[in-house]
Design a binder for this molecule. Sequence first.
Ligand SMILES: [Zn+2]
Length: 221
Amino acid sequence: MNLVLLGPPGAGKGTQGRRLVDDFRLDYIATGDMLREARANGSELGHKAKEYMDRGDLVPDDLIVAMIGERMADESTLDGVILDGFPRTAGQADALGKMLDERGERITAALLIEVPDEGVVERLSGRRICKKNSHDYHLVYDPPKHEGVCDQDGSRLIRRDDDEPETVRKRLSVYHEQTAPLVDYYDERGILRRFDGTRDKTEVHDHIRATLATLRLEERL
Ligand SMILES: [Zn+2]
C-alpha cells in the first residue's frame, strides 16, 4: 500500500500520517522533516533547500525528486509508504509514478485532508513542535501538559520559522497555485479520497482507516 497525503499546511497531515504508520506498518516519508534534517546536518542539499523554504517557496522538482529517489531505495519502504509533502506538483507526481512503476507498484490512494484557508492561518499560528522529534501541539486545541515542553520526550516546544503568519499566507498561495492541481491529477486517476480536516483528529483518523481497510479488501478480491 502506497499513500500520498494531500492538504494545505496545518491540515494535520503529519498527525494522521504517523497514526497510519502504526495502523498499517508503512514507512512514513515526510519531506519537511527530511529537508529540516538535511539542513541541520549542514548538507549542500539542505543548504540549497533552506533558501527556498525560508521564503515560503517550493523546493525545485529535481532537488526533491533526487532526495525521494534516494529515500525510496531503503528496504524499509518495501511494505509500502506514506508520503507527506511529496509530490507537490504534477511533475513530481509523474516522477513518483515512474519510481513506483519500476518496482511494479502504484499509488493506492491520495488522501486529501480539506481545511478552508481561514482555518489554516488560525491553526498554524498556534502550532508548536518539539525540537527533538517534531511532535505537534497547538496552544488552544492540543496544548501540552506542561507549557512549552513535549509530553513525549521532554524537549522544548518551538514555533517553526515557516509557521510565522506572513510565511503561512505565502505557503497557502503557493499551495493553491501549484499543489491544488494535484487534486485533479489524482481525481482523474480515480484514486482521490477526501476527508474533512475540520473534524476532530480522531474522527478524521477513524474515517481514513475505514476507507483504507475497504480499499485493502477490494485489492485482495
Ligand atoms: Zn517530542
